[in-house]
Write a protein that binds this ligand. Structure first.
Ligand code: JFZ
Length: 453
């Protein structure tokens, strides 16, 4: 009797172990396809994208509250039945996808990441999985995602979808996590798996109805970070679905976990350069093998905020883009269009200025990787084939020591006009002499032609 029991227990332990083992093996066995690896290369070469936070929440413009916009429902505790009414008067008659994409392109961006669904659960595309979407619930009735995709195709930019796993609207997003609680008026019951099925159905729509896309940028996983549901998202299934439908689509998840999960193709960072943590929530280890991407707001809000004038200067944005590139990372610069469908005029001016810089200095950004010298306070390096770009961002003296180590520098010149720069090389590195008056205010880019073996 006892033996039988023991056998049974042993057997179940074995089965359990095998099960867990198999699950783990399955998890760690993600092998990106050739198309996916190629897309990662493209992504790293592209370096610069524009993030768009836009939805029915934009019509509240932050409600006079600093930092608020796409979080207004949560911040002001607006119940679902009231919030839903916003859709009925969200009517962005001035929206012109081509005008947006042209403006992003003029800044030098190569891709666009758009909030297909944010935490409020409202779909900015024509979804059949719900009628809580732009076509079914607004007078506007136009599929924003479709128009954006067509404009992106026309001007040669790739389109990525931001998709919030967390959902403050769907009744089956239950148990609720840290946000979107009682005030929403959702029932005190729900079927979690039905919610995940719904999410996957929407993702299937996004990946089948709009042609080839860049990828999916997930967010909201952290809502259940500290609950029993932290591992109930069925991530493997979702990621497999995406990779099966579009092998080149890159999976990105803003979960802020220590390391990326299997099935993810890019590691994102928010408001901080990889490895930095001014925001307090960037405690991840920087991945050594995945492409990196840093997202940042142009002022203090993601979505449109009427009172926020804290726009970062073009100099600051360019310097951050450069520092990102020097940290081997992409830069995803965010904009929050207005509820009438127009971009904020301040942003349009900035795009123009960034584009002018990119036209001159783009060679030192596009197609590069982080240089062999880790970021310094004076600046960063980027590298492409036998060219090492030295970006001097903050330096006042004439002489600058660049620790090039073993690298052999053949020639040094200003990227701006090709003028030669004097340099002296020792076994430890290269000292360059930047004549007074030649230091640019934003970034003095010096090209080192390296001797290749
Ligand atoms: C998230 C969103 O909540 C926000 O609205 C915006 O879309 C941004 C790009 O992403 O913001 C986060 C996500 C995670 C943390 C903090 C802010 N976190 O883990 O601390």
């Amino acid at each position: 009797m006892f033996r039988l029991l023991l056998q049974k227990i042993l057997c179940s332990v074995l089965i359990l172990c095998c099960g867990v083992g198999a699950a783990l093996a399955k998890q760690s066995s993600y092998e990106p396809t050739a198309e996916n690896l190629k897309a990662r290369e493209w992504f790293q070469d592209a370096k610069f994208g524009v993030f768009i936070h836009w939805g029915v929440s934009s019509s509240m413009a932050g409600g006079g509250r600093p930092g608020a916009s796409e979080w207004i429902m949560e911040y002001q505790k607006i119940p679902i039945d009231k919030y839903e009414r916003m859709a009925s008067y969200f009517n962005p008659t001035e929206f012109d996808a081509e005008e947006w994409v042209k403006a992003f392109k003029s800044a030098g961006a190569k891709y666009v990441t758009f909030t297909a669904k944010h935490h409020d659960g409202f779909a900015m595309f024509d979804s059949k999985a719900t009628d809580y979407d732009i076509v079914d619930r607004t007078q506007f009735k136009r599929d924003i995602v479709k128009e954006l995709k067509e404009a992106c195709d026309k001007y040669g930019l790739k389109l990525f979808f931001y998709y919030s796993q967390l959902d403050w609207h769907h009744p089956d997003y239950y148990p609720r996590g840290e946000t979107g609680n009682a005030y929403t008026g959702r029932p005190e019951a729900g079927d979690w798996d039905k919610y995940i099925d719904f999410q996957n159905a929407q993702l299937k729509e996004l990946l089948t109805n709009y042609g080839e896309v860049g990828g999916v940028w997930f967010d909201g996983w952290w809502d259940h970070k500290d609950t029993d549901y932290s591992n109930k998202w069925r991530l493997n299934e979702t990621y497999e679905l995406i990779h099966k439908l579009q092998p080149q689509a890159l999976v990105i998840n803003n979960h802020h976990a220590k390391t990326p999960f299997p099935g993810e193709d890019v590691q994102p960072f928010e408001q901080d350069l990889p490895g930095q943590n001014h925001s307090g929530f960037n405690t991840q280890d920087v991945s050594q093998n995945l492409p990196l991407e840093m997202a940042q707001t142009m002022n203090g809000a993601w979505g449109f905020n009427l009172i926020d004038d804290g726009f970062k200067s073009t100099k600051e944005l360019i310097q951050t883009l450069v520092r990102a590139a020097g940290s081997n990372s992409n830069y995803l610069m965010n904009t929050g269009p207005m509820p009438n469908g127009l971009l904020q005029p301040e942003n349009i001016q900035t795009y123009k200025e960034m584009g002018e810089w990119m036209n001159i200095y783009g060679d030192s950004i596009y197609g590069t990787r982080g240089g062999p010298i880790s970021p310094r306070s004076w600046g960063v390096t980027t590298i492409k084939k036998n060219k090492l770009y030295v970006h001097v961002l903050d330096w006042k003296d004439e002489l600058l020591f660049v620790p090039t180590g073993e690298l052999q520098v053949q020639n040094a010149r200003l990227l701006r006009d090709g003028r030669k720069i004097k340099f002296e090389q020792t076994i430890k590195g290269t000292t360059i002499s930047i004549p007074k008056g030649e230091l640019s205010e934003w970034d003095t880019v010096i090209v080192f032609d390296l001797v290749t073996n």
